[in-house]
Write a protein that binds this ligand. Sequence first.
Ligand code: NAP
Length: 292
Amino acid sequence: MIAPRSAEYDLRERDAIREVLAETRPDLVVHLAAVVGGIGANMATPGQFFYENAAMGIHLIEESRLAGVTRFVCIGTVCAYPKHAPTPFREEDLWNGYPEETNAPYGLAKKMLLVQLQAYRQQYGFEGIYLLPVNLYGPRDNFNERTSHVIPALIKKCDDALTSGADSITCWGSGRASREFLYVDDAADGIVAAAARYDGEEPVNLGSGQEITIAELTTLIAELTGFGGEIVWDQSKPDGQPRRWLDTTRAERDFGFRAGTELREGLKRTIDWYRATREDATQASIGSGSKS
Ligand SMILES: NC(=O)c1ccc[n+]([C@@H]2O[C@H](COP(=O)([O-])OP(=O)(O)OC[C@H]3O[C@@H](n4cnc5c(N)ncnc54)[C@H](OP(=O)(O)O)[C@@H]3O)[C@@H](O)[C@H]2O)c1
């Protein structure tokens, strides 16, 4: 098994893709590489998020087919769902509307890879499957304040306030939007189970099936970090998608996946990891943030 870094093989370059496939000759490719970020990063660099995610995926799928790869697992995203999809989001509703505007370029770029895999299955019999993970979190997440997602951003805000003695933190939006979160180890288990047991053309949600508002999440993170100050909502900033909650029955039915980590437990582990490696985490994320 190899997990090459972008410095070794830049997947935006078709030659680099050919090279890594020729050198490693994989039977199975799990396409996880992407440029990702929170609402701020998506709004700041929508063109880059569209182009790089589309280009990496399109070329990797085509070159994998040409190289004789027997199975391909493509990691999509919940950002591909329509802005107002009925909750819980069912895979059947994936095409019933345009995604929420702030992350549409990212979500649609990745959604095209589902179309590509379905077309390749039909024309070439290429065994590609497509998974739709909900928001992910856990140890080793990106804590760079410019590019991080909501959980690391909130952990860092609370932790910084405790260090500086600030008596309030300011958070984006109204707090009324909802999200669902999947712990990193559960996401990895789900991907492995799907790779081993699922071979259908239909996309499959990967989630925990638990919805929580951003205000509730913030209160929980404040409690777990020990921050007791005021939480101020900056409503001049966007909420992003109004609700996110996945129907996870297909993953359970088709490959027996069910998330096992409670949010509270997963958050505790993430906070512990961040505090143990605070300096390294911030420095490493600043480095990787330059690409997104
Ligand atoms: N995070 C979430 O909440 C979430 C939710 C749903 C789906 N997903 C999907 O899950 C996957 C992993 O996301 P993540 O949050 O773990 O992202 P991440 O931590 O930023 O990791 C992305 C990876 O992509 C690699 N990469 C980026 N540009 C590349 C390039 N040009 N060539 C080669 N590799 C490149 C990076 O490699 P280097 O570090 O070596 O640069 C990095 O290891 C992505 O497909 C994402 O769309 C994430």
